[in-house]
Design a protein around this ligand. Structure first.
Ligand SMILES: [Zn+2]
Length: 68
């Protein structure tokens, strides 16, 4: 029996970027899409030119469907 898996909008998306320039860096805060979180990182580097590395946390949801 074959199954496929694909992203679904149900449950939403959670994306947050953390500046890792310092031990207690700033973060985008939880966002409901990755682009919004990454826009924050672009602005953050614009204000703080040395802050160029970020840790990205990104979760979404997927559903497995039986393929017959
Ligand atoms: Zn920073």
């Amino acid at each position: 029996m074959n199954h496929t898996i694909a992203r679904v909008p149900d449950g939403g998306v959670l994306a947050e970027l953390f500046c890792v320039a310092f031990a207690f860096g700033a973060s985008s805060g939880p966002q409901d899409n990755l682009d919004t979180a990454q826009d924050w990182a672009l602005r953050h580097t614009g204000r703080n030119p040395g802050h160029t590395r970020f840790r990205r946390e990104h979760t979404d949801h997927a559903r497995v469907i039986r393929a017959e």
